[in-house]
Ligand binder design. Structure first.
Ligand code: CA
Length: 248
């Protein structure tokens, strides 16, 4: 697995890349946002499987770098941040980061997250198109789900499983991969309470406890993006359920 480590602190970068190499990663290094973007642009022959992005970079704001990486490539991004407040995490996830790790982190936690993100991405990878000519513009984040999958409609919310599009009252809403998966899971059975562990295991394919906070962040982000805070109800101590707005 190829990992691009974006970290300006040489000490941290050296130590971390040694750990990652010991765990079988081929590690590319970038010390600034500019370097990171260049590495990604020139990695077509051996693309990176995941980017570990420190938010505190000397040249550019890490959030900005994250947004630019997302425009450039479908490579999943894990943000590494000392900014532990929920608002900046939501901001990062809105920009298309796949996950985040808060400094100081435990190496085991970091590895678990890297593996989880890489696994998810591999599982979501579309089959290579068999069309003539080959390379069209890559539609990052889209995957070839069953084209015959029917629309899912819950109140004003419409999900298109095939194109992974979501709209509210006809207006398209941009969701991250995980936000879509989460919403699709809840929308499959409106009114039914999904337990936290169940959601984590189905959406994140992990039973790892630390994911609980990630779930909360995604729920908060979904509520805010959909503009329907009451749509997803928190069932205290249990989990979440989708509450369709009353008809009419
Ligand atoms: Ca830094």
């Amino acid at each position: 697995m190829r990992l691009l480590l974006v970290e300006d602190d040489d000490h941290v970068a050296t130590a971390l890349s040694a750990v990652l190499a010991r765990h079988g990663f081929e590690v590319g290094m970038a010390h600034s946002g500019q370097e990171a973007l260049q590495e990604l642009l020139h990695s077509e022959l051996a693309p990176f499987d995941v980017v570990l992005l420190d938010l505190g970079l000397p040249d550019q704001d890490g959030f900005e770098v994250c947004g630019r990486i997302r425009k450039l490539t479908g490579t999943p991004v894990i943000m590494v941040t000392a900014r532990s407040d929920v608002r900046s995490r939501i901001h990062g996830l809105n920009l298309g980061a796949d996950d985040y790790v808060v400094k100081p982190y435990d190496t085991g936690e970091l590895l678990a997250r890297v593996h989880a993100v890489a696994r998810r991405t591999a599982a979501a990878e579309p089959e290579p198109a068999a069309g003539p000519g080959g390379a069209g513009p890559a539609a990052a984040g889209e995957r070839a789900d069953d084209p015959a999958a029917p629309l899912v409609v819950v109140g004003p919310v419409t999900l298109e499983p095939h194109s992974r599009r979501v709209s509210v009252g006809g207006a398209e809403v941009q969701l991250t991969r995980k936000e879509f998966d989460l919403l699709a899971l809840l929308a499959a059975r409106p009114g039914v309470v999904f337990r936290r562990e169940q959601i984590i295991s189905e959406v994140w394919r992990s039973s790892w406890e630390g994911t609980g906070r990630t779930l909360e962040v995604h729920i908060a982000s979904l509520r805010s993006k959909l503009g329907l805070p009451a749509l997803i109800e928190t069932v205290r101590g249990v989990g979440y359920r989708l509450v369709p707005p009353p008809a009419g």
